[in-house]
Design a protein around this ligand. Structure first.
Ligand SMILES: [Fe+2]
Ligand SMILES: [Fe+2]
Length: 267
């Protein structure tokens, strides 16, 4: 007979669940009706936001699959399946904003790393790997960017979407670091070294997806102009140089937090 080893979560997981439930059920797309002028930079910036949120859905689903393979607590499964739902909603909200700003772009330009289909390929990478990639890196960088964009954005419709996303992302980050605090200290020194190296690759990826700094020169100029334009129009972006600096700051914070959990460069 097969054995199902899903454990019971500790108090922290139950607190996370309560906080998620307190957010309640929300419509997939409830962008406020107030008027919004068309903007080419705005619609293209929010198309990119949509691709990024869409890529988070398979990434979080990979965490769920790895959790089941490794017999994690059912409370952790509930937390991550709720996060997957949030990411689908962020994609729907971002897409609706892109539509309202003049039209959603379906086609991802060559060279930009937003590939939901690739992230959805079956993977046997352990929970720790997906938790680090999706949680510690993507969620933390995403939260810092969205926090700063929300603080700088005055347009009420765009601000409402950023505010909704911000509330979810801060919970996602809480889940990510709760997971990390449970998983990382139990790894062997070899696993930690490997995971640290993988973390360096994730940092580079963050610099060319969340930021523009890691992109090839021509594409970088193009993407930076787009963000600068959306920032000047007050449509939810910050100037590219500011966003690049924020991503670097978030990466430095992640490095420090990982260090406290025993993940760092070989000494
Ligand atoms: Fe999201
Ligand atoms: Fe998230």
């Amino acid at each position: 007979m097969s054995r199902v080893a899903l454990g019971a979560g500790n108090l922290e997981w139950r607190k996370v669940r309560r906080a998620q439930l307190a957010r309640g059920r929300r419509a997939l797309n409830d962008v406020p009706e107030a008027s919004l002028q068309s903007s080419d930079e705005g619609r293209r910036f929010w198309s990119r936001r949509t691709w990024s949120e869409l890529a988070a859905v398979p990434a979080v689903s990979q965490v769920v699959l790895a959790l089941v393979r490794e017999g994690a607590a059912v409370e952790a499964l509930a937390a991550y399946t709720t996060i997957a739902q949030d990411e689908a909603r962020h994609a729907a909200l971002s897409r609706a904003l892109a539509e309202r700003l003049g039209g959603y772009d379906e086609d991802v330009p060559d060279g930009l790393d937003y590939e939901p289909a690739r992230l959805a390929r079956p993977s046997d990478a352990p929970y720790a790997v997906w938790a680090l990639a999706n949680g510690c890196f993507s969620e933390t960088v995403s939260l810092e960017l969205i926090r700063a964009r929300h603080a700088a954005t005055r347009h009420p419709v765009v601000r409402a979407v950023l505010a909704e996303t911000l509330k979810d992302e801060s919970l996602h980050v809480r889940v990510a670091w709760l997971t990390a605090s449970e998983v990382l200290p139990n790894l062997s020194p070899t696993q930690r070294r490997e995971l640290w190296d993988y973390g360096q690759a994730l940092a580079e990826m963050a610099r060319r997806t969340f930021a523009t700094r890691g992109l090839p020169a021509r594409l970088r100029r193009h993407e930076a102009r787009l963000r600068d334009g959306a920032a000047a129009a007050g449509l939810g972006a910050l100037p590219a140089a500011h966003e690049d600096a924020l991503v670097d700051e978030a990466l430095a914070t992640i490095t420090a937090r990982l260090g406290r959990l025993g993940l760092g460069p070989a000494r």
